[in-house]
Design a protein around this ligand. Sequence first.
Ligand code: ATP
Ligand code: MG
Length: 535
Amino acid sequence: MEASIAQQIVDARDLAACGQPTCALVYYEALIPHLSKYITTLNDPYKQGQYSNVLKTLQEERRHLQDIELALYEFKKAPAAASSRPSQLDDPFSRSPADVHDGYRGGGPAADRQDGDPEVWRAPAKAGPRTGTSRPRVPGSNPEDRMPSWARKQPARADSISTQSSAAAAGNRRRAASISSSSSSAAGRPLAIPARVDSWHRRPGSGAAAGAGGSAQGAAKAAGVKKSEYLGPDGDLVANLERDVLDRSPGIRWTDIAGLKEAKRVLEEATVLPMIMPEFFTGIRRPVKGVMLFGPPGTGKTMLAKAVATECGCTFFNVSSATLASKYRGESERMVRCLFEMARCYSPSIIFIDEIDSLCTQRGAEGEHEASRRVKSELLVQIDGCHSAEGGERQHVVVLAATNFPWDIDEALRRRLEKRIYIPLPELEERLELLHINLKGIDVEPNVNFEMVASKLGGYSGDDITNICRDAAMNGMRRKIAGKTPAEIREMSKDEMKEPITVEDFVQAINKINPSVAQKDVKRHEEWLKVYGSI
Ligand SMILES: Nc1ncnc2c1ncn2[C@@H]1O[C@H](COP(=O)(O)OP(=O)(O)OP(=O)(O)O)[C@@H](O)[C@H]1O
Ligand SMILES: [Mg+2]
């Protein structure tokens, strides 16, 4: 959780630093409520204070970005006035506000803003060659290169058709590569790929594309596809989504996860088995549409999803809510639609949406933005169509969602996530297993009683236990290097550094690290499980 928040902060600040206030604001708006919620789950007052300071800073930064947006809007208010200043435009060192953000280029406020909705901006214009002057770019200095791909400018269609088609073709090649790699890493079942976008609705395994036996180049050859023919609907968006969300086997297996037997069984039944024996999962035994993993932070929800991806051998789409949150009107819905269309095409597939609470809170809640409501509605419609039979063949797509705040999820979405699995804090046996998993290959003194250590870790999450193991394992090294200069430390060999973990190391680590999960949070989850749990 903390790592994901830190990453989101880095992304948001990166975008702000790249001069993309609108995109950055999208991140800040997802991040700030997320962080405030997280702070309420903390019971360590020191940590709470630190995070509250971070929150304040982020709110301040968001205010600055809003000011910048407003200032840009003011600049754009009088386009005629702006264009009647040729001397400024001629000066290659003065940038027009339109150059600062392409989303504001041309058309003035009436064209940029959606009628009646001052909050939502149109997506950056796609058509039309770039006009006006701009500073020549230093190669490699393009700030867009550092942005998430979905937020990058889309290639202007009118500029050159071959630019787009080659980008899209590159996406096609990437898709081909990723599928063939996932097919070889998984259960050995080859997944064929549609060779071109206009074969979206062709099921893998049928037609010329599949004739090449899953080999991308072979399939493309068999279909006689030329790069320039790759001009399907939303080709650019598809290429972006593939790059951002298509997960190449994350490499985590069931055996890497301690305990959670019931969760593994339900996940296997809901996701893995229907892919292995689809003929059995028909009629009343149809596979579930969605599964929700909920529980306190650091209990292994994301790990479980990654294990599903590795074990089931299907196409895995790993989507974060931030990817789907676009402030541009219509862009998020389009992304959701496109994502599900891709998933159906690559069926069987799993769409994993981590931290879904930041995307799918109750509709109609106070302060809810209209754009966000539309994304939720689109998501509901798409989940309903997950198992649609197309061309007489059933397509298997499962939505897997994870959250720390199940009570915030929209009720219609909750209904669609038919299996709602509680991922609790580890019990004694699981804690013991966690100690063994974490300390695999590490020297531990023979007199360390793991059962005793595990019994002291009641109330700690899996992540906390990993931290304790890490800290205990560092203690030996700390003792070895105490009082030495950096030069002396550099001289030390690897073997000299080695020192087995002692009971004292565990005691010290446990004394230093408190559980990260509050008891009241656990209670709240248990109460929600009683009312809405479903396995
Ligand atoms: N059951 C488990 N088995 C093995 N490792 C675990 C388990 N639970 C947690 N961990 C450890 O905790 C870390 C965090 O786990 P993970 O990211 O899956 O938690 P999460 O439930 O998704 O948390 P959050 O709700 O904050 O996103 C893992 O990298 C792993 O080291
Ligand atoms: Mg997680």
